[in-house]
Design a protein around this ligand. Structure first.
Ligand code: HEC
Ligand code: HEC
Length: 349
């Protein structure tokens, strides 16, 4: 990519700056690989992760959660793990429009990324779960995802000595569904992306982003109005909006309305994080947009006009160069060199 060529010339600057922050960065990296306790050591640009009082992280718990996350035995036919749909190699999302669960069944929504879900105040596109602990047992029981009942999965894992002993060590009990949820959630809170060119730029390193990305950032917070919703450390306001996706189809996804029961929430979805966005195509709750160029085109035309369209969505009148700059900002500025590239661990027997 051109920005890589460009930065080859002045590569030393960002990397010197990086070295200067080596301590904090290393802390983040160690945490991500599950070797160190996690409290307090987050990549630049991200606030400390807040852990629920009843689920403090420990190395052993995070390691257990990581095994569960990658283990297809949590599904009925031993084929689907959390990582099947939230794959570290695909931005913790999945390249399919609709993720495929047990028996080839497909749901009606695109897999959102798990990156920085530690900070989300709502989980799922419609926000129907608040915490990661609450969220984790959903897919295990979902008939189109892993298709198990909780008693079944508990019994199955209790029959695996390697899990039984780890649950004893971490929770002082046999395998329980509560423990499964807590361990997975503790692991997910280590999947963080920060310290991107964008963070270094905001911290004062003007050479951290190319000029095109800098113009894109200016548009993002100015003329293109993206910051109205994609704000804060993870580029999300943790709120719900109708941006006019899929509103021209016959079968409309109610989105947030199904949970809030408010008519005004029809077609509203949670603002997704834009961290590592270049890795997580296709986009939107229905996976209907294949590229970031398509996404920008959607915003530029003012979305699909409908009765509950958010007032922050309107035609932007961007030039071709401005559209390209916005895309460059997202691709280059929000991709971290310390991406949490976690590998599947060895699974217990
Ligand atoms: C078959 C694919 C599939 C599997 C397996 C799966 N997920 Fe998901 N996941 C999804 C989809 C699709 C959504 C969005 C559903 C919705 O919003 O209605 C989602 C949502 C989430 C979210 C919310 C993220 C956000 O931005 O709101 C988290 C966290 C998550 N999954 C974690 C997990 C964990 C942990 C597991 C394993 C226990 C798992 N998922 C298994 C497809 C899957
Ligand atoms: C009114 C709030 C709002 C504004 C303004 C807004 N967004 Fe969004 N954005 C959202 C919501 C909500 C979604 C998810 C919508 C859906 O799936 O139906 C989204 C989705 C996205 C996605 C897809 C993310 C994914 O993981 O699928 C990208 C990329 C994106 N927005 C970029 C932008 C850019 C660039 C701008 C400015 C041109 C912008 N957004 C302006 C709220 C907003």
């Amino acid at each position: 990519m051109s920005h890589l060529l460009r930065s080859a010339a002045d590569a030393c600057r960002p990397w010197l700056a990086l070295a200067g922050f080596g301590g904090a960065l290393l802390g983040g990296a160690i945490l991500v690989h599950g070797q160190g306790p996690s409290v307090g050591s987050t990549p630049r640009g991200l606030p400390p992760v807040v852990h629920p009082k009843d689920n403090p992280p420990t190395d052993a718990k995070i390691s257990l959660g990581k095994q569960l996350y990658f283990d297809p035995r949590l599904s009925r036919d031993n084929t689907i793990s959390c990582a099947s749909c939230h794959d570290p190699e695909k931005g913790y999302s999945n390249a399919d429009q609709f993720a495929t669960g047990v028996g080839g069944k497909k749901g009606g929504r695109n897999s959102p990324t798990v990156i920085n879900s530690a900070y989300f105040t709502f989980q799922f596109w419609d926000g129907r779960a608040k915490t990661l602990e609450e969220q984790a047992l959903g897919p295990i029981q979902n008939p189109v995802e892993m298709n198990m009942t909780l008693p079944e999965v508990v019994e199955k894992l209790n029959a695996i000595p390697g899990y039984k002993s780890q649950f004893k060590e971490v929770f002082g009990s046999d395998v329980t569904s509560d423990g499964i949820a807590k361990a997975i959630a503790a692991f997910e809170r280590t999947v963080l992306s920060g310290d991107a060119p964008y963070d270094r730029f905001l911290a004062g390193d003007k050479g951290a982003m190319s000029e095109a990305a800098q113009r894109g950032w200016a548009l993002f917070k100015g003329k293109a109005n993206c910051l109205a919703c994609h704000s804060g450390p993870s580029l999300t306001d943790n709120a719900f909006h109708n941006i006019g996706v899929g509103m021209d189809r016959k079968a409309i996804d109610d989105g947030r309305k199904a949970i809030s029961k408010l008519g005004g929430d029809l077609g509203s979805f949670k603002t997704p994080t834009l961290r590592e966005i270049a890795r997580t195509a296709p986009y939107m709750h229905d996976g209907s947009m294949k590229t970031l160029e398509e996404v920008v085109e959607h915003y530029n035309k003012g979305g699909v006009v409908n009765d509950t369209l958010d007032e922050e969505i309107f035609p932007l009148k961007l030039t071709a160069e401005e559209k390209a700059d916005l895309v460059t900002f997202m691709k280059e500025g929000l991709a971290s060199p310390s991406y949490p590239a976690i590998k599947a661990p060895e699974l217990p027997k």
